[in-house]
Design a protein around this ligand. Structure first.
Ligand code: F6R
Length: 260
């Protein structure tokens, strides 16, 4: 796992944007795995800004989002379809026909989950998977105790996730209780993963992911098994790590090492 610690939130976002932009420039027909949540918003804003400045085009890109809430139609204000349109797709030349998210309002959500997994495989898999991390160590909506061999399926969200999502809905009743999410094995099949964690509230989960045992209790720890995972942290999110000096030594200022 490549651990890059950046001095500030802003620097961490710019570093993550560098990696995504480099991927799109290197292979204009690449397939990106996309995440949602608060952490991704400034990253998508930075990518949209760079696109508008002419740094890269997304016309050849295919994307697959990690997850969507069961029961929400694409035009629901709280849906991840809407989030992605507002945060990235409408601000770039991303072709909407190749921007995939699970359909939250599918009549048969279980069949939709299986079909989504098949669509990722048919597209040839994911080149770069973006990830955030929940305070409980979830990636996508793979909550603690999710099987490390799991595939795209329906997950029941934990109380802590419902609480974190409450801010996006008007009432408690509206907060979705289930999501269709890529599984942990699905995520691990991406050719590279890039996880961004910012702020003190993510420090404990980041430490468990990077330095804890590989365990379903911290689903993100499964990334220790992935040979091409980069984790970008700001100082606050890195504050509970034990080997901080080593990470700074290998990647001073969050830069590449001489051999990576
Ligand atoms: C959503 C997703 C989630 C979030 C995580 C962190 O697509 O993948 O795993 O990345 O819940 O969310 P924020 O960034 O809001 O703290």
């Amino acid at each position: 796992m490549k651990v890059l610690i950046l001095p500030s939130k802003e620097a961490a976002i710019l570093r993550a944007a560098d990696i995504v932009a480099a991927q799109v420039r290197a292979r204009s027909d690449c397939t990106l795995g996309l995440a949602t949540g608060g952490t991704m918003l400034p990253l998508y804003a930075e990518l949209a800004k760079r696109h508008q400045a002419g740094e890269f085009s997304m016309t050849g890109v295919t994307s697959f989002n990690l997850d969507e809430y069961v029961g929400l139609a694409a035009d629901h204000p709280g849906s991840y379809h809407r989030y992605m349109a507002e945060a990235l797709f409408d601000l770039t030349d991303m072709p909407i026909m190749r921007a995939h998210l699970p359909r939250g309002d599918a009549i048969d959500p279980k069949a939709e989950a299986m079909d989504y997994e098949a669509r990722i495989a048919k597209a040839g898999g994911i080149d770069l998977q973006l990830l955030g991390i929940g305070q409980n160590g979830h990636i996508g909506f793979n909550e603690p105790t999710s099987s490390l061999g799991s595939r795209t399926r329906i997950k029941t969200l934990t109380d802590s996730t419902l609480e974190a999502n409450r801010r996006y809905f008007d009432t408690d009743e509206e907060v979705p209780k289930y999501a269709i999410t890529m599984g942990i094995a699905t995520i691990l099949e991406a050719r590279a993963c890039l996880l961004l964690a910012l702020g003190e509230s993510k420090a404990e989960a980041a430490a468990a992911m990077i330095e804890g045992p590989v365990s379903a209790m911290c689903p993100a720890s499964a990334l220790q098994m992935h040979a091409q995972t980069t984790v970008i942290l700001d100082e606050a999110a890195a504050s509970r790590l034990k080997l901080t000096d080593y990470y700074h030594h290998v990647h001073p200022g969050g830069r590449e090492s001489d051999y990576s």
